[in-house]
Design a protein. Structure first.
Lengths: 408, 957
């Protein structure tokens, strides 16, 4: 006859084994699930109670050709005080934020080239600099367009993806290298593999902040130019593999970089295969499969701080709202425009889902700019204005947004 | 069989393989950087009987004195006629021909190189650093590969072509090149041998006591205008050739007569008097000393090693104790008394070699004033007047109507503005690219602020916290923080920002721009008024002024509703034969409304044109405006309400198309013309509205205008010479419209500040509609003959003489005296310094690379560029022109020829557009758009960064 109950000794051993297994499993889980060892941030308690959650942009406005934009393919957006400059596939627009009035310029109005892929505003002079895709560089000042291109200037190439102002210099990221134009002396300098650690010369993005110019280069990672020392530094994927990130967080996630943003001594990078962050010592990669951005195919990015960045992917806007807790918000459009959705996630866990009556105009996000508490999002079907009324950085204890069903 | 194949294999592959390996491991030749070593290094071998006395022959030639002659008064006169404002020995243009390696950087010259040697060996034979070694030199091919050049007489023409400035002073006939070539010939003997121990001797051994340091050591301090050009004066004396003359046949004769069988340059008996240290031991000479200097400073003043340091030199007793001779005069007799049977008059000889150390006195005549613009102090008591030629600001007591002070400022002061509190005045200096800050109470300059290129207008904002300075040749506006004197930003204006006016409410600063924007080829002008917000320091708008150029003076109406500005309407797209509706240039007034509308009216009337309207001012009540006509010496008084009424009642089409071209409208609102002094430029109205003042540039005076009676009521003399010099006469002719048909325009109308107006004209000698030509600068042109783009006018006299009358002015030409004066004035128009490479500065990396491109002889793919297609062949000499015509493939439709005169390249960066018809808006376009077949230099193989570097270098010329 078998005894269904093991003797106490065995029971003790068995329960010890079980306990050890449970503990071991818990340890294993703790190692594998980063969110488990991060400071507790709270979890949404369904639609009741409070939790530490990020700010979610629930108020959006959309702008399309119906509102006066020259074209719905928004390639560039730049907030400039009371106005917002918008670069599209067929023209430049300026939105007066107070009145909503839109002025636009196309080639017939003097815009030197239809496709505006990058915009920056000189903070000293107020001049608006435009990167023209196939048309070089333009400056819009006092209503006049001035035009620099391969034939009439030292610009290296007319296919200009991005532009950035660095003191009295204007940097242009082109398909054949980077050009720097000194607006005082008129000198043009070209940076390619001849005089910079640029393995590929297809420059996708350029940005300047805090004494550093960064170039995002297809196939060459990120280059940093120190304005004070005039020295270059490169950031290349240490894995050297094009298709996989062999060792995570060992460097830039991929060398096909599309955008770069530097703020508070933190470098944020977008690539076609994920995004990453570098604080000067540690790299951190972000991937869709870990629940972060809506997609790894990232067209561009804009960082607000060392802990918050906005990533423009082909499947939505991914906002890393709080880096320490790895809390993301994925904004997508649809299913019925102009509606949208915001999903707050930590890892693969959904903390909150917010239905937006008006959301981003489309999920193919091309560009973004942050404007105080607001954000401007360029998509393939219009411009979105995320109004940050009551915005707060990081996390805050609050009740989750009620879903429409819950509200009904 | 197998063995045979193996052997065959070895033969076929082994040897080439070994050779390839050998090539790979052979040390590659080091990158060569030719550098200058100086004539003494050449002379260390190339002298003495065995080497044909090459070095001595050079010392005896004018070339060896080429630098020293720049110390003479004649050189200054020549410089003046070339528009050169620097001391000739410091001017790159003068040194370009009178010295070697003038354009080289410091690192390209060895310590043995000496600029004071003038035109020495390397000027013609190339920098010798790589070929100087005897082993290389003996192999002519190797030497030429290392940089040795063998020049031809054609190369000499880079410097020796006839120059108008030199002819005007020296009156010498054109150089006979064949004879000159013979004179400087210095062939090597058939079997050359080193035989000049005197030159070659460089013993240096420790020795106590004074040693001979050499004349170059003395020249480090004892030259230049502050030191009376002492070294240069010596260099021009026979003492400097005393050693070299020992190479002449006469010296050999004397030596033989004295019973010597030694070559004179090796004979101690000769060297004792013909060299500085001839009678001394070798250890008494430093390596820096060379006997070839002849009788140098130390021959009379004593061996200088101990007294040459400045601290010793400045202490005369200490200098004597260190070996400086107390009585150098006593040394003459020992060599000169009964030397070779020649009499010696010591006193007269002494007078010839005198070289006092004091500064050279400036030219005897004081400069004219050339008053340009004025500003009232805020309290209305003083009037500050910028005086361009004098480099000063004259302070006038407005009530007493007399000059009370003159404050030196920078070069060519242009405009002046007061701080709102009146404690400071700010003056732009267009020659120096600076702003002078004047302490009004102290009456002197207290600070200088660097700004951009050729600043003209200047204004402060209403609070006086910022200055706005118009950088005319840079198309920008510098914004200066008045508290710190630092430039905070630079704003983009249009082409040639000229003057500025602050609105009464302080919210707008309007800036006129003298040149039209770039427009399509042969399209009418389109000018701009740039609108700034002075409170934010940004450009907010740009108002267009179609069909106009030369927007200059500007003033706001007291109401703040509109501003007046002066303008020309130059009809450069129609041939100059068309007289209807105003012929070539009409002159007018623009009305810029505060809402951005711009109207234009003419101040011309049929047969009474108003040439060169320059400045405008309103009376305080706004009922009158005064406009100066600098080309006809008068002021127009405008009835403002009448003008406004005319405008307001006109139909839009009239405003747009009729009024800007209507010669009959001016009488409706111009109520008086008041004669002034010569060439009135600026005009201001006193704060009480009772009087106005005009600055009469070319008679150094102000005219006082009584605004009640509307007539001239007095004249204020600003000083300046009363005699009208030839140049002054020429300047007056240049700025006067009296010479033109209907007195319509002056030379100044197309050449403001002696420079460009940026337009291309259709002048009909080549046919109507044929060969439009770009307007060119007059700065520094005297030595760049021939003139005209086709190079058909051999001289300025020809350019400005009958041809001008036939095709431009259409009435009687200048008289011969007038023409001569005009040419002299044009020749002396100052040329500004090059902003991209200050004198003596090294090149930047990009400029250096660009220089390599400019002088390259091979393409990127290793093909030889034909000599006639190399940049430096046509663009040669210090002015970078060979003064010949060439066909560079730029002939276009409607051009009757493709042969054009090579333009000079000095300061080429500030004279856009380019090419003969002005079709290239930037330097880049010359090659990116208009050189498809590599006829204007071989450029299509260049990478973009190479072209950028070339442009950077061209900007330094």
């Amino acid at each position: 006859m078998t005894n269904p109950v093991a003797p106490a000794k065995h029971r003790h051993k068995a329960s010890n084994r079980l306990l050890r297994s449970a503990l071991g499993g818990a340890c294993l889980l703790a190692c594998l699930a980063p969110s488990a060892w991060l400071p507790p941030a709270g979890r949404a308690q369904g639609n009741t109670g409070t939790a530490r959650l990020p700010y979610v942009y629930t108020r959006w406005k959309q702008f399309t050709v119906k509102d006066g934009l020259p074209n719905d393919h928004i390639f560039a957006v730049k907030a400039d005080g009371p106005r917002v400059w918008v670069g599209t596939e067929d023209g430049l627009a300026c939105i007066d934020k107070a009145t909503g009035e839109i002025r636009k310029w196309q080639e017939k109005d003097g815009l030197p080239w239809r496709a505006v892929t990058g915009i920056d505003v000189n903070p000293k002079t107020g001049d608006v600099w435009l990167a023209l895709f196939g048309g070089g560089l333009a400056r819009f000042s006092g209503g006049r367009f001035d035009h620099w291109h391969q034939l009439n200037s030292g610009l290296v190439n007319d296919v200009v993806y991005a532009v950035a102002i660095e003191n009295d210099n204007v940097w242009a990221a082109t398909t054949a290298g980077a050009s720097r134009f000194n607006t005082i002396t008129g000198e043009w300098t070209i940076f390619t593999e001849k005089n910079a650690p640029m393995e590929e010369i297809w420059n996708y993005g350029v940005t300047y902040n805090d004494g550093k110019v960064y170039l995002a280069i297809w196939g060459s990672g990120v280059l940093e130019f120190d304005v004070a020392t005039q020295k270059w530094k490169e950031y290349i994927d240490p894995d050297g593999e094009m298709e996989i990130d062999l060792y995570r967080d060992d460097g830039i996630v991929h060398v096909i970089t599309t955008g770069v943003s530097y703020i508070e001594k933190v470098l944020w990078v977008s690539t076609y295969f994920g995004t990453c962050r570098y604080d000067g010592r540690h790299w951190r990669g972000f991937y869709n499969k870990e629940g972060g951005p809506p997609s790894d195919f990232t067209n561009n990015l804009k960082a607000r701080s060392a802990n918050e960045a906005w990533f423009c992917t082909d499947k939505g806007l991914g906002v890393l709202a709080d880096f320490p807790s790895d809390t993301w918000i994925q904004y997508t459009a649809g299913p019925r425009p102009p509606a949208g959705k915001a999903v707050v996630k930590r890892g693969l866990e959904v903390l909150e889902t917010v239905e937006l009556e008006v959301g981003p105009p489309h999920s193919f996000i091309i560009c973004a700019d942050l404007d105080g508490n607001d954000a401007w999002i360029g998509t393939s079907k219009g411009l979105g204005w995320a109004i940050g009324e009551g915005y707060y950085p990081g996390l805050r204890e609050r009740a989750p947004h009620r879903t429409a069903a819950a509200r009904r | 069989m197998r063995v045979k194949r193996k052997r065959l294999f070895l033969r076929v592959w082994l040897v080439p393989g070994l050779l390839a390996v050998a090539a790979a491991v052979r040390p590659q030749p080091a990158e060569r950087h030719p550098y200058y070593v100086g004539a003494r290094v050449c002379g260390s071998c190339h002298d003495g009987e065995g080497m044909g006395h090459g070095y001595s022959l050079w010392l005896l030639s004018g070339h060896a004195r080429a630098y020293a002659v720049l110390s003479r008064p004649e050189a200054r006169e020549i410089a003046r006629l070339s528009g050169i404002t620097q001391e000739p020995q410091a001017s790159p243009v003068c040194l370009g021909c009178h010295a070697t390696a003038a354009e080289a950087e410091k690192w390209e010259k060895d310590p043995t190189f000496f600029t004071g040697d003038g035109v020495e060996c390397e000027k013609c034979h190339g920098p010798g650093g790589e070929y100087k070694d005897a082993e290389v030199m003996k192999d002519r091919k190797a030497a030429m590969a290392a940089g040795l050049r063998m020049p031809t007489p054609r190369d000499c023409l880079q410097c020796h072509a006839v120059k108008g400035s030199h002819v005007a002073v020296h009156h010498r006939p054109q150089l006979d090149m064949a004879k000159a070539w013979e004179m400087i010939a210095h062939p090597l003997p058939d079997a050359p041998r080193f035989s000049s121990p005197a030159v070659n001797a460089r013993e240096s051994s420790p020795s106590r006591g004074p040693r001979y340091a050499g004349v170059e050591s003395c020249a480090q301090c004892h030259d230049g205008p502050q030191k009376g050009f002492q070294f240069s004066r010596w260099r021009l004396t026979p003492h400097a050739r005393a050693y070299a003359v020992l190479a002449t046949p006469a010296a050999y004769d004397i030596s033989r007569q004295n019973g010597s069988s030694l070559p004179p340059q090796e004979d101690p008996a000769c060297l004792k008097c013909h060299t500085t240290a001839g009678g001394s031991k070798a250890e008494a000479r430093l390596p820096s000393y060379g006997p070839a200097e002849g009788v140098g400073c130390e021959a009379c003043h004593g061996a200088g090693s101990e007294y040459s340091p400045e601290a010793v030199m400045l202490d005369r007793p200490a200098a004597y104790a260190a070996g400086l001779q107390r009585n150098p005069k006593a040394t003459c007799a020992s060599c000169h008394e009964k030397a070779h049977g020649k009499p010696f008059d010591q006193e007269s000889a002494w007078a010839k070699i005198e070289h006092p150390a004091g500064p050279v006195q400036a030219a005897a005549q004081a400069p004219y004033k050339n008053p340009l613009r004025m500003a009232f102090s805020p309290d209305g008591r003083k009037l500050y007047v910028t005086c361009e030629a004098a480099g000063s600001v004259v302070v006038v007591d407005a009530a007493a109507r007399r000059k009370e002070a003159e404050i030196p400022v920078g070069g060519q002061p242009n405009d002046v503005a007061f701080s709102p509190g009146g404690d400071r005045a700010f003056v732009t200096n267009r020659l120096d690219d600076t702003v002078t800050v004047i302490d009004v109470r102290a009456g002197r300059a207290v600070a200088t602020i660097p700004v951009g290129d050729e600043p003209h207008g200047i204004r402060t904002d209403a609070a006086g916290t910022h200055l706005y300075v118009l950088n005319t040749l840079e198309d920008s506006v510098s914004v200066i923080d008045t508290a710190t004197g630092a430039e905070t930003k630079r704003l983009s204006a249009s082409r040639g920002p000229w003057a500025a006016a602050l609105s009464p409410d302080g919210r707008r600063l309007l800036v006129t721009n003298c040149l039209s924007r770039f427009v399509e080829f042969r399209a009418p002008s389109l000018s701009e008024i740039t609108v700034l917000d002075p409170q934010r320091g940004v450009v907010t708008d740009r108002w267009l002024v179609p069909g106009a150029n030369y927007l200059q003076g500007i003033a706001w109406h007291p109401s703040g509703e509109f501003a007046f500005f002066t303008l020309l309407r130059t009809k450069n797209v129609v041939p100059m034969t068309r007289v209807v509706q105003g012929w070539t240039i009409t002159n007018g007034l623009g009305i810029a409304w505060k809402d951005g509308r711009v109207n234009q009216v003419l101040l011309d009337e049929p047969n009474l044109y108003f040439p060169d309207p320059t400045d405008v001012a309103f009376t305080p009540d706004g009922t009158r405006a005064l406009v100066t006509s600098s080309g006809s010496d008068r002021v127009a008084v405008i009835d403002v309400p009448k003008l406004l009424s005319m405008l307001r009642s006109a139909a839009p089409e009239d405003l747009e198309s009729v009024f800007p071209n209507h010669l009959g409208k001016a009488p409706e609102f111009v109520i008086r013309h008041i004669p002034t002094g010569n060439n009135p430029r600026g005009v201001v109205v006193a704060p009480d509205g009772k009087v106005a003042f005009t600055a009469n540039c070319l008679d150094d005076s102000l005219t006082v205008i009584d605004l009640d009676r509307l007539e001239a009521a007095g004249r204020i003399d600003l000083g300046g010479p009363k005699e009208i010099s030839k140049v002054r006469l020429g300047e007056r002719l240049f700025h006067s419209a009296r010479i033109t048909f209907q007195r319509q325009f002056s030379c100044h109308s197309c050449h403001p500040d002696g420079h460009i107006n940026g337009l291309a004209f259709d002048i009909e000698p080549d046919g109507i509609g044929v060969s439009p030509v770009d307007n060119r600068t007059l700065r520094g042109i005297l030595d760049t003959a021939p003139f005209k783009w086709e190079g058909t006018n051999p001289s300025l006299a020809h350019e400005c003489g009958p041809r001008l009358a036939v095709f431009f002015t259409r009435i009687q030409p200048f008289t011969p005296d007038q023409l001569s004066a005009l040419v002299e004035y044009i020749s002396s128009i100052p040329r500004p310094p090059n902003r991209y490479r200050p004198v003596g500065a090294d090149l930047t990396e990009a400029q250096r690379r660009g220089r390599e491109i400019f002088y390259r002889t091979m393409t990127n793919t290793g093909e030889v560029i034909p000599e006639g297609n190399r940049c430096y062949i046509c663009h040669s000499g210090p002015m970078y022109t060979d003064r010949r015509t060439h066909n560079v493939g730029t002939q276009m439709q409607y051009d009757r020829t493709g042969e054009f005169e090579t333009p000079h390249l000095n300061n080429i960066y500030d004279s856009a557009p380019y090419l003969h018809n002005g079709i290239a808006r930037t330097l880049e376009e010359i090659w990116t758009r208009f050189n498809p077949h590599d006829r204007h230099g071989v450029t299509n193989d260049m990478t973009k960064d190479q072209l950028n570097d070339l442009i950077e270098f061209l900007k330094t010329l």
